[in-house]
Design a protein. Sequence first.
Length: 433
Amino acid sequence: MDVQSLNHQRSEIQSQYEGYTPKPSKPWPWSTTISYLLREQRLLFVLVGVAIATLFFSVQPEVRKPILQPETKANDFVPKFSSQMLAVRSQVSADPMAFVRPGAKIPLGLKRKPLRIVVTGGAGFVGSHLVDRLLARGDNVIVVDNFFTGRKENVVHHIGNPRFELIRHDVVEPLLLEVDQIYHLACPASPVHYKFNPVKTIKTNVMGTLNMLGLAKRVGARFLLTSTSEVYGDPLEHPQKEEYWGHVNPIGVRSCYDEGKRVAETLTMDYNRGASVEVFYVRIARIFNTYGPRMGIDDGRVVSNFVAQALRKEPMTIYGDGKQTRSFQYVADLVEGLMRLMEGEHIGPVNLGNPGEFTMLELAEVVRETVDPQAKTEFRPNTEDDPHKRKPDITRAKKFLGWEPKISLREGLPLMVDDFRRRLFGKSKGSSL
Ligand SMILES: NC(=O)c1ccc[n+]([C@@H]2O[C@H](COP(=O)([O-])OP(=O)(O)OC[C@H]3O[C@@H](n4cnc5c(N)ncnc54)[C@H](O)[C@@H]3O)[C@@H](O)[C@H]2O)c1
């Protein structure tokens, strides 16, 4: 083809397009769209699709974001979720429901897969009641205990349950287990026991807590520390709020316990703040005096002392003038609070206690009413560093956990008395634990 014929062809094509103008766009024909949707039940399919998508997003596996508490500084804990970390977390808990937002509804037909939970100190007084609740909920529980103050009798009713395991182990030594949650209770709690070997007590608090935090971090488990109202020492503020830093003797006979728990709290928060912290979460409960069945009969705690003495027809020993106050919560209330704290979004520390305040003289009166109206009292000099007042402010627990104690001293004490009577004399008035 020569140049002339090429030019001719080009001018023909140009002349064809010279008169071209694009069509003006028409407004969207809504009536056509609506009639299209109405035909052959298409609208129904669209609505069903929207409903499925809404359901999916409302229960969508969501990483449990640690919510920064109002009192947590912005740089305290910056969660960094890389895809690698999420992969680690999902290996630890292959359970899709483990990520369902607490409080979110479990969709119909989808059951929560049982969690694997370690309870250190699970053969003790509080621990054994917690184990009962966790197993009743359907979870798998591993109790780790060295039986210093705990008793196999407290958990013997679970032996043979395939979801229950009991390991004799001292938490001062490291331990590796694959678990989703760790309730760390292992520590002697009564003055008689924690003063028996104070160095071991502080070692349990420091080394034991370090080991359990290390385990939690390693496997991405949620960790709950059972701290104590003793961190407030002999308080100068009343009632005690979590913001109060306490008034503690660092070198007294109770310091192995009080300061030990304070260090345990420090370790817990430092792990939480630590730059290398990956996907694991901590909780701190500050427990106030708790009583109930399975308490050590001669463990030196005031409620168990009074009840055991009144049952044995011995005078109830009151140290000092008996005007010092304590608040007493029933163990079932405490267990409920611990579980809510573990499952919730609040790191703590959170006071768990009954704000009802009793002097030792008033407590002796309630024990007299419950056990023996003839029971006598005897007075002895007060013990060193005995706090004068103790009463929890539970505003935080109410606000963040929706928790408050339900069982009064007059309701709970008979349950404990019945258990003590059975253990001391082998007979019971028929009430269960
Ligand atoms: N009961 C209360 O009034 C109260 C008050 C404040 C805090 N707390 C805390 O709650 C937790 C449980 O208290 P509790 O009243 O059930 O006491 P407890 O003495 O009945 O139970 C403690 C358990 O920990 C075990 N233990 C102790 N040292 C251990 C170690 N080194 N390794 C492994 N196991 C060990 C004991 O054998 C026992 O089974 C403790 O951490 C305690 O400090 C209890």
